[in-house]
Ligand binder design. Sequence first.
Ligand code: BG6
Length: 482
Amino acid sequence: MIFGATGDLAKRKLFPSLYRLYQEGRLSERFAVIGVARRPLSNEEFQKNVEDSVLTAVGEAGDISEFITHFYYHSHDVTDSSSYLSLKEMAQKLDTQYSLAGNRIFYLAMAPEFFGTIAEHLKVDGLTDVDGFKRLVIEKPFGHDLESAKQLNKQIRKAFSEDEIYRIDHYLGKEMVQNIEVIRFANAIFEPLWNNRYISNIQVTSSEVLGVEERGRYYETSGALRDMVQNHMLQMVALLAMEPPIRLTTEEVRSEKVKVLRAMRSLDGDMVEEFFVRGQYDKGVMDNEEVPAYREEPMVDPASNTESFVAGKLLIDNFRWAGVPFYIRTGKRMKTKSTKIVIQFKDIPMNLYYKSEQTLNPNLLVIHIQPEEGITLYLNAKKTGQHMNATPIKLNFSNKGVHGINTPEAYEKLLFDCMRGDATNFTHWDEVALSWSFVDKISEVWENTKAKNFPNYESGTMGPKEADQLLKKDGFFWWPVT
Ligand code: BG6
């Protein structure tokens, strides 16, 4: 059951991902999807929506008419028990018709204020009373801060146990985010160096070209810190910093990530200004077109204090990472759409190839998350010619180039994982809670002190100059990601 079946996420991601799974034979014929949303629609109208969304996403789809017969629609009032009872009836009928053995996935792809209410109704009105498995997939935001997240968790835990809850962080479904641990733990040349003796700093950038678009109302209550840092950015940091799990089970992987989040130095008061930078985009020209400032976007307060950019320095106080800064930055209306991780290794003790006009470049390992997927290793080698000069060289691996096919969409992988009952790439409650308690300290300061210089970066740039200062203070700079 997809709650929010007429919404944007269902249309852009969920239907096309289900279709791809179907096409690949990962969904048997024994499945049914009930689209649940408020507006009245017939099954046929809903099926037509699904078809349109799939065709828009994948172009040609030969078996689409067969695929859409699996879709049904229920017009629903999320606060009304009688609505749940008729939904239950519909589900029971489909259960028999498709021999589903009572297995149910409830996907909440809608406004977060209803997450708790829906979960409670699902239990009280008997929809979770099944012989098979029952799983709840829940989209972000999981709360607005630690307190509200706790409350929400309490509500959904009345109906689902922790191992039945699949909290989506779609970054965890990205191919190259999943590759972080393989690159680290399957290579003898990296893991021995993966610590404060050999790594000088790590930089994680996730920049976006788009502005807030029509999401102003939500974004005003969120900002980049809650929207991107609390979840996606901290999850990438946890994967980069965690210890090798003793095995690849859900429990072991999550428990290593939790330890990283626990070791993250919490920032109080003045430390926030020292370790974090916020930004808000001004108007600018992108792709030869003028784009408005954040404060001119629809549903945005013309004097808004909301940040559309965050850069920060994280310190992980454990044996492996003591003294190594993890710099993160993310923002909207930046120069380029790109998610990249740069691991900068320490300089060698002495440079034999030093010429006055030339310094040796540090070794870098770059993990390209998107849009390209791959890794680049920057080394130094002899410059061809008579002299013993060093020059930087690049070893490149491109995921797309090798396999020649599109890597699966994050949502496709996550939906499939959920059907198989594998929660490794979903966030455990402990991760959510620790991330919120870190982020809350920063939002507290930012909410209580109005940013004096907003807007402070022009659309189409890499953010405010303070973000560069943040690294400069430590003797570093952001490696270019474009
Ligand atoms: C979402 C945020 O979680 O991630 C959006 O709410 C953001 O504001 C998006 O645009 C970025 O995801 P991706 O996969 O495009 O990097």
